[in-house]
Design a binder for this molecule. Structure first.
Ligand code: MN3
Length: 208
C-alpha cells in the first residue's frame, strides 16, 4: 500500500492568524509530503508494505535497522491527525460531554489539563510532540511528550490529541515563542470534535 499525502481538511487561510498560510504551505506541502515520499521509498522491499500504516509504524519502531523508515511513518501518522486536530474557530473549553467528564476526572479540571499539556510541549527538548492519550491499561487519559517522530501508539497507547512542537510548526508565526504557539493551539485551534471522535472510538486495535 503506497502512502499518499492527504489534503488539508480546510483552506490554507483557515487557521490564520494563529497558523498562517505560509506555515501550512511549508508544513503540509513540503514537510508532510517529504515524510510520505521518503516513507514510500524506504518501505519498498521490507515486507511491511501490506500492513496498515499503524502496524508498519510499530513494526519499524521495533526493528533498529528500520529506524529511518520509522521516522517517516511516525511523522506521516502524526501529521495525518495533526491537520484534523485543528479547525477554524477551534479551541476553548467547550468540550463534548463524555470527554469533558474524563478530563475533569483524570486531571482535576480543564485548566489543569491545559496547563499540563502546554507544559509537556514546552519541556520537550528539541523536536517532537506533546500528547493527550488514552492508556488502555488504566482506562485513563494521560499527557506525555515524545521526541522526533515518536508517538503514544508505539508505547501501546491511543493518542486523541497531539501538538507538533518541531520548529517548522511555529517558527514562521511565533519565532522562538513556543509557549505562545502552544497556548494558541489549545485556546484557538483545537478541533475538540475530532478529539472526541477518537476518544469515543477507544483504544486502537492493531494486529500483532
Ligand atoms: Mn511537523
Amino acid at each position: 500500500m503506497a502512502f499518499t499525502l492527504p489534503d488539508l481538511p480546510y483552506d490554507y487561510d483557515a487557521l490564520a492568524p494563529y497558523m498562517s498560510r505560509e506555515t501550512l504551505e511549508f508544513h503540509h506541502d513540503k514537510h508532510h509530503k517529504a515524510y510520505v515520499d521518503k516513507g514510500n521509498e524506504l518501505i519498498a522491499g521490507t515486507g511491511l508494505e501490506a500492513l496498515s500504516l499503524e502496524e508498519a509504524m510499530v513494526a519499524a519502531f521495533k526493528d533498529k535497522a528500520k529506524a529511518g523508515l520509522f521516522n517517516q511513518l511516525g511523522q506521516h501518522y502524526n501529521h495525518i491527525h495533526f491537520w484534523h486536530w485543528m479547525k477554524k474557530g477551534g479551541g476553548g473549553k467547550s468540550l463534548p460531554g463524555a470527554l469533558a467528564k474524563q478530563i475533569d476526572a483524570d486531571f482535576g479540571g480543564f485548566d489543569a489539563f491545559r496547563a499540563k499539556f502546554i507544559e509537556a510541549g514546552m519541556t520537550q527538548f528539541g523536536s517532537g510532540w506533546c500528547w493527550l492519550a488514552l492508556d488502555p491499561a488504566t482506562g485513563k487519559l494521560d499527557i506525555s511528550k515524545t521526541a522526533n517522530g515518536e508517538n503514544p501508539v508505539i508505547y501501546g497507547k491511543t493518542p486523541i490529541l497531539g501538538c507538533d512542537v518541531w520548529e517548522h510548526s511555529y517558527y514562521i508565526d511565533y519565532r522562538n515563542a513556543r509557549p505562545k504557539y502552544l497556548e494558541a493551539f489549545v485556546d484557538s485551534m483545537v478541533n475538540w470534535d475530532y478529539v472526541a471522535e477518537l476518544y469515543e472510538k477507544g483504544p486502537l486495535k492493531l494486529a500483532a
